[in-house]
Design a protein around this ligand. Structure first.
Ligand code: T5A
Length: 230
C-alpha cells in the first residue's frame, strides 16, 4: 500500500493504546505498527499493562497468578492502579515528553471493562483511581480489536500451548462475551478517541486497517500538528 507522505511531528509523542478481549491480537498488531512507525522514522516504544516498568512487572506477576483475585475485586483493582501509577510516571510520561510515541498493550479501558463493567467494581472507585494514576493523560488513539469470543479464546489457547490459562483466561464464556460488549460500547461512545477494528481478518489485513486509522488521525492534515516532511 502506498502511504500519503509521512511527516515528522513536532512536540509531544503520541499515546496509542490497544485494547480488546483475550487473544484479539494486540501484541501482534503493536509489533507491526512499531515496525511501520520505525520505517516512517518516528521514534516509538512498545509497552504493556499490567507491567511495563520494573515495579509494575512485579505486580503483574501477582495479578496474573490469581493472587489479586484472592484479595477481592476492590483490592485487585488497587493492584492494577498501583502498577499503572508506576508505569505512567516512570515510562509513559517521560517518553511522551521526549517526543517518543508510546504503543501500550492495554491501559485504563481494560480496568473499566474487566474490573468495572464485568467485575462490578463501583465507578466511584475507578474514577478515583484514574484521577490518581493518570490524571489528564488520555490516549490520543485507542485501537479496540474486536473478535468473536470463540476465535479469541482459540487463538489464546494455541499461543499458550500446554501452559495453564491465567487469571482472566480461565473465566467462563459469559465473562468474555461481556468484555466484548463493553469494548464495543466504549468504541461507540468515544468515536473521537477510539477506533473499532475487525480483528477476525488475517493479521496483515488488520494491520492495514489500523494504519489507515492512524494516517487519517495523525498524518492527514496540517492541522493535526505536522511540522516538516520526513
Ligand atoms: N487486565 C489488564 C485487567 O483485568 N485490568 C487491567 O487494568 C489491565 C491492564 C493481561 C490480563 O490482565 C487483564 C486483562 C488480561 O486478561 P496478558 O497476558 O497481557 O494479560 O494478556 P492479553 O492482554 O489478554 O493478551 P493476549 O496475549 O491474550 O492476546 P493478544 O496480545 O491480544 O494476542 P496475540 O497478538 O498474542 O495473539 C494471540 C495468538 O493469535 C495469533 C498470534 O499469532 C498468537 O498466537 N494471532 C492471529 N491469528 C490469526 N489471525 C490474526 N489476525 C491473528 N492475530 C494474532
Amino acid at each position: 500500500m502506498t502511504d500519503a507522505p509521512i511527516r515528522r511531528m513536532a512536540g509531544r509523542g503520541r499515546f496509542i493504546t490497544f485494547e480488546g478481549g483475550e487473544g484479539s491480537g494486540k501484541t501482534t498488531q503493536i509489533k507491526k505498527l512499531a515496525e511501520r512507525l520505525e520505517a516512517a522514522k518516528l521514534r516509538a516504544i512498545i509497552t504493556r499493562e499490567p507491567g511495563g516498568s520494573p515495579g509494575a512487572e512485579v505486580i503483574r506477576h501477582l495479578l496474573l497468578s490469581g493472587m489479586g483475585k484472592l484479595l477481592g475485586p476492590e483490592a485487585e483493582t488497587l493492584l492494577f492502579a498501583a502498577a499503572r501509577d508506576d508505569h505512567v510516571r516512570t515510562v509513559i510520561q517521560p517518553a511522551l515528553v521526549q517526543g517518543t510515541w508510546v504503543l501500550c498493550d492495554r491501559f485504563s479501558d481494560s480496568t473499566r471493562v474487566y474490573q468495572g463493567r464485568v467485575g462490578h467494581v463501583a465507578a466511584g472507585l475507578l474514577n478515583a483511581m484514574e484521577r490518581v494514576t493518570i490524571g489528564d493523560l488520555k490516549p490520543d488513539l485507542t485501537v479496540i480489536l474486536d473478535v468473536p469470543v470463540e476465535i479469541g479464546l482459540k487463538r489464546a489457547a494455541a499461543r499458550r500451548g500446554s501452559a495453564a490459562p491465567d487469571r482472566f483466561e480461565s473465566e467462563d464464556v459469559k465473562f468474555h462475551q461481556g468484555l466484548r460488549e463493553a469494548y464495543r460500547e466504549i468504541a461507540a461512545s468515544e468515536p473521537q478517541r477510539c477506533v473499532l477494528v475487525d480483528a477476525s481478518a488475517d493479521a496483515n489485513a488488520v494491520a492495514a486497517s489500523i494504519w489507515t486509522a492512524l494516517r487519517d488521525r495523525f498524518f492527514a492534515t496540517p492541522a493535526a500538528g505536522i511540522a516538516s516532511t520526513a
